[in-house]
Design a binder for this molecule. Structure first.
Ligand code: FE2
Ligand code: FE2
Length: 380
């Protein structure tokens, strides 16, 4: 049984942690105010770790649970900490005795910069990733659309088709290795964000492939729709959601730097051709890295979207590297859209079959939690 005293200590620790993170976000890690709060939070946790070897905070619904008990502390404090955990897709954190200050401040810094930084476990801080709680769907149990929603869908489809042309020309610009301005995607992403906030089913928005030539563009827009709607359902909003949109639109930009005859080859690829195609991840990431005003998330998305949940796939990664949560969402959207599209070398698969494939690949190719969430979304 945990004492009240202990709860108030942990509550104080979380308050200082929040303050540190808010200050980093407001100023920077080097701001004295941020440094001061990191130090205070570090003293708090070190004191706590003196009486027990490890402390584990677990996110359960809207509570932080410690030793099977919801933390009794100031509600607004708890909520802002929960928000930070969710932004980072973390469901539990274990701090261990002996925690060095450097590890701690590095961890706080990563917590403060969600999406653009991957959080990894170390010997003294272990994080359990991704069991975000899904917020209840706005239109749970009723798939009939309101007239307002039908209207919005019609509008979004129109935006989507109009944007297909723009995405095409932006992509063609990129093809010549010229820089593109991602602001060109702005109104499309904003329109999608608005639509999802109204609880629109993502499936209603997907574009039907017109011809094999259009594949790349239709594909990136579809992946964008499917990734943003996953993110929105997990509670991402505002600027982050927008960045996620940019990242998903650009995930395959590296394909432009792979010879077209390989991309379009109708038959089985040779091993060599396959390894050339696989370079689209690194090539895309490098290209994006040189663009201005681009969220770092887009670099990660391009680089990581073919890395599987179990660490296999490509590019080859070192042990312990966890792809960003957004890359993991793109991975699902990517495979889903590829399977349902008719391409030169394969017939589209039925929705039932695709769902089965996703189920089977849960835990190996895909993050199981994200698959469950995705399947709920496409059922709407
Ligand atoms: Fe790809
Ligand atoms: Fe893709």
């Amino acid at each position: 049984m945990i004492s009240k005293h202990h709860h108030s200590d942990i509550g104080r620790f979380i308050a200082h942690l929040n303050a540190a993170i808010n200050n980093i976000r407001l100023y920077s890690i080097s701001h004295p105010q941020a440094g001061r709060y990191i130090q205070i939070a570090f003293t708090d946790i070190s004191d706590l770790l003196r009486s027990q070897n490890t402390i584990t905070l677990i996110l359960v619904d809207e509570d932080i649970v410690i030793d099977h008990q919801p933390l009794q502390a100031d509600r607004s404090n708890i909520s802002s900490f929960i928000r930070i955990l969710k932004e980072n897709a973390i469901e539990r954190i274990t701090f261990s005795n002996g925690l060095p200050e450097n590890d701690f401040s590095d961890f706080i810094f990563r917590l403060a910069s969600p999406v653009t930084q991957s959080i990894m476990s170390g010997p003294f801080i272990k994080v359990g990733k991704v069991s975000l709680k899904i917020k209840p769907q706005a239109i749970e149990g009723q798939s009939a659309l309101s007239s307002d929603q039908t209207e919005t869908i019609a509008h979004l489809k129109e935006v989507r088709d109009r944007k297909l042309e723009e995405v095409k020309s932006l992509y063609n610009r990129a093809k010549g290795h010229r820089k593109i301005n991602v602001a060109g995607f702005d109104d499309m992403l904003k329109a999608f964000i608005k639509g999802f906030s109204k609880g629109l089913p993502p499936m209603a928005l997907l574009a039907i492939l017109k011809s094999a030539d259009e594949y790349t563009f239709t594909h990136v827009i579809n992946v964008c729709i499917l990734t943003m709607s996953q993110a929105e359902s997990l509670g991402f909003k505002g600027e982050y959601l927008y960045q996620i949109g940019i990242a998903s639109v650009l995930h395959d930009v590296g394909k432009l730097f792979v010879p077209e005859e390989i991309i379009r080859k109708p038959d089985m690829l040779t091993r060599e051709e396959r390894s050339i195609i696989e370079t689209h991840t690194i090539k895309g990431a490098k290209y994006i890295l040189n663009l201005e005003n681009i969220p770092k998330l887009a670099v990660l998305g391009a680089m990581e979207h073919h890395i599987k949940y179990n660490g296999s796939g490509y590019p080859l990664i070192r042990g312990g590297w966890q792809p960003n949560i957004v890359s993991q969402m793109i991975a699902i959207a990517d495979v889903f859209d590829a399977l349902r599209s008719r391409r030169s070398y394969s017939e589209p698969k039925s929705l039932e079959l695709i769902k089965q494939i996703l189920q089977q690949e849960k835990g190996t190719t895909f993050n199981p939690f994200l698959v469950d969430n995705f399947l709920k979304l496409i059922e709407r």
